[in-house]
Design a protein around this ligand. Structure first.
Ligand SMILES: [Zn+2]
Ligand SMILES: [Zn+2]
Length: 349
């Protein structure tokens, strides 16, 4: 990862505004990007966490740059630190809110994580998580509900893969990059070799592809890490001089960064395979084999990471799923694993 001098950004009408996030898992302040539009005004690519502090930082950042007329709000993905103020700003300005259809229901509130947990309780029991642990997780996640107001459906517009968005100084293409969430999009500006990468490629933290049941839990289930690796390979192939992340400063060197991340996942998979050689295990049991310490606050991220890696192994034909009595276990199919000795990167929400 190599830092990029951001001074060129104002010349192409791009303004990065870091905004505070009240939870550690985010990996630091969330960036909102104001992008100047043709004919005056600007588009927001992400709009800060919906707390008083998040909104105030965003307003102050816009004010300092003399940006007053909001035309569009484009949401990279359905996490509160990225769309938190969409409803408030849309009400004030009349701007429409653009999002990929696979994350739309996160914005309207239906597929938020706490709702998913309540609705899909049996799935989490299937992963081997004890009932009382699930209750404790639910209790914690409920406290997070005030970080975003649900967005009215009539304010929402759908973003499609390949769609062109015209701005004052360039045209960007929507790049659908499922993984971190099913509907995550990046904005690609080929003429500037620039990618608004949001949480798809982050310099300092691993963009944890999160367990997500919004597309179902059977055949249609979203396999977050399988999807992430495919999306990341797509981005790895792009010629880029600058990536603008969802958290942190502009950087380049995405090819090496992603290569390191792929190796990190391979090592994780080696560690999981090693544990499975001792006998079949649930996802919850594998969590304690992979992480030295588990706690309720980070359990969802840990379950996501382990399930994601197990689904990759399953796709590769290295593990087999066994379902009995409402519990899912995984069995090794006898491929020699690599042992993981690398320290875990902190996950990001
Ligand atoms: Zn984020
Ligand atoms: Zn995110």
């Amino acid at each position: 990862m190599i830092p990029v001098d951001e001074t060129f950004l104002s010349g192409v009408g791009v303004h990065r505004i870091p905004t505070p996030v009240p939870f550690l898992e985010a990996g630091g302040p969330a960036n909102a990007y104001a992008i100047e539009d043709q004919g005056g005004g600007f588009t927001l690519f992400d709009c800060a966490c919906g707390t008083d502090e998040g909104l105030a930082a965003l307003r102050e950042g816009l004010h300092q740059r003399g940006l007053t007329k909001l035309n569009r709000i484009v949401v990279s993905h359905g996490h509160v630190d990225h769309y938190g103020n969409a409803q408030t700003l849309a009400e004030e300005s009349g701007a429409q809110v653009f999002v990929h259809r696979h994350d739309l229901e996160k914005l309207t509130g239906e597929h938020r994580w706490s709702n998913q947990l309540e609705k899909r309780w049996s799935y989490f029991l299937k992963l081997g998580v004890p009932d009382d642990t699930l209750h404790a997780m639910l209790e914690r996640t409920r406290r997070g509900r005030d970080y975003a107001r649900p967005v009215d459906r009539h304010r929402l517009q759908l973003l499609e893969e390949g769609q062109a968005l015209r701005f004052a100084h360039f045209e960007a293409k929507v790049l659908h990059a499922p993984g971190h969430t099913p509907g995550l999009v990046c904005l690609h500006v080929p003429e500037l070799k620039l990618l608004f990468a949001d949480d798809h490629v982050l310099a300092k933290v691993s963009p944890n592809p999160l367990l997500d049941l919004s597309l179902g839990e059977g055949e249609t289930k979203f396999k977050a890490l399988v999807a992430y690796c495919a999306s990341a390979r797509r981005v790895q192939a792009l010629e880029l001089d600058c990536l603008l992340p969802g958290h942190g400063e502009a950087f380049k060197g995405h090819r090496e960064l992603l290569e390191g991340l792929f190796q990190f996942y391979v090592a994780r998979q080696g560690r999981i395979s090693k544990r499975l050689e001792a006998g079949p295990a649930t996802i919850y049991e594998l969590v304690s084999a992979v992480f030295s310490r588990t706690d309720i606050g980070r359990l969802f991220l840990m379950l996501s990471e382990v399930l994601g890696n197990v689904e990759v192994l399953e796709e590769q034909g290295q593990v087999q799923r066994l379902e009995e009595g409402g519990v899912m276990r995984f069995r090794a199919l006898g491929v020699s694993p690599r042992h993981d000795t690398s320290p875990a990167k902190p996950p990001v929400a």
